[in-house]
Structure formats: structure tokens, C-alpha cells
Design a binder for this molecule. Structure first.
Ligand SMILES: [Zn+2]
Length: 171
């Protein structure tokens, strides 16, 4: 029986770059990823295939870039002068830099290319434009509780809400 909406799914996954086989991400041993189906918590192309699987099943799922983190946005590039990045040693193409956006949030950007005194930064999500290969195993499924659906996240056990402080379900 395929998985329905509003189920809590526990799954183990390994994410690889389909071209190089390099592991990009992985659920930690003994700590499967948990999400509520139908609530947009994981990338759409992956969820769609998971919904066709059964509990206990393993599968390789290739998700095209457009169904994962999207194609690269050609407008999400920014040119800065080399002098502005003079605090970074050995600046080179392909390097990933992290820093603070004007609003204080943490951002990572990739050095797309260096042209003379200019550095062109790629502000896209690091996985934008990439096809992703997931190896997935469904460990468990159960219906989400009304409380979980109301909060929009999974609780480790029905009594124990493991949610963010601002969710209002504690106290
Ligand atoms: Zn909660």
C-alpha cells in the first residue's frame, strides 16, 4: 500500500551527485529523517516518488534539478571587486565563501569566476541546477497526530514535542 498524505515517514537516505557518485548528504546513523507527507517539508520530486513506496522498501530515486532546488537563477550573480575580498586568502574559482547578508542572516556564495579585478559570485543555492540521486529506505510510517499537523512538524513521541521554542506547544 502506497503512502498517503498526513503520514509521518521515517527514512534513511544517502544523497549523491549522479555524475561523480560523491556523497553530498546523508541521514546520520540511527537518526532517520522524519517528515509529514503532503506538507512540502522535503523537495517535491523526492516526495512524489516516496509516496509510491511501501514501508520497508528501498529505492534509488533520481530527482532532476527542476524538481529539487530548481535551475540556477541567471540573475543571482553579483560582481564585486577583488579588493573587497582581500581578507580571503587564496581566492579561487569554485571556492565557497560564507558571510553575513545585510540583514544579518548567514549566506554562502560560490566564486563563479574571476575576471581581472572583478570576482563574480554565484548566489544560487549550492544544489541549484544539480540533478540529485537519492538512495532511500523507508523505516517507518504512521499517521501524523492532530497536534503534529497543527504544528507542521514531527514530534518524537506523541507526548514529547520536540519543536522550536516559538511553536507555542510547550507550556
Ligand atoms: Zn510542536
Amino acid at each position: 500500500m502506497a503512502i498517503e498524505k498526513n503520514q509521518v515517514v521515517e527514512l534513511q537516505y544517502t544523497l549523491r551527485d549522479p555524475e561523480t557518485g560523491e556523497i553530498l548528504d546523508q541521514s546520520p546513523e540511527g537518526n532517520p529523517l522524519k517528515f509529514i507527507t503532503g506538507s512540502g517539508q522535503i523537495i517535491p520530486g523526492l516526495e512524489r516518488e516516496i509516496m509510491k513506496m511501501n514501508c520497508g522498501e528501498s529505492k534509488e530515486i533520481l530527482v532532476k534539478a527542476a524538481d529539487a532546488y530548481g535551475e540556477k537563477n541567471p540573475n543571482a550573480y553579483q560582481t564585486v571587486s577583488k579588493a573587497e575580498l582581500s581578507n580571503i586568502p587564496d581566492l579561487k574559482e569554485g571556492m565557497v565563501l560564507s558571510g553575513q547578508a545585510p540583514d544579518g542572516s548567514l549566506i554562502t556564495v560560490r566564486v563563479d569566476r574571476i575576471e581581472g579585478d572583478n570576482v563574480i559570485l554565484d548566489l544560487n543555492h549550492p544544489m541549484a541546477g544539480k540533478d540529485l540521486l537519492f538512495e532511500v529506505k523507508i523505516c517507518d510510517t504512521r499517521p501524523a497526530t492532530e497536534e503534529e499537523l497543527a504544528h507542521g512538524h514531527v514530534h518524537d513521541s506523541p507526548e514529547d514535542c520536540n519543536c522550536k521554542p516559538d511553536c507555542g506547544c510547550k507550556g
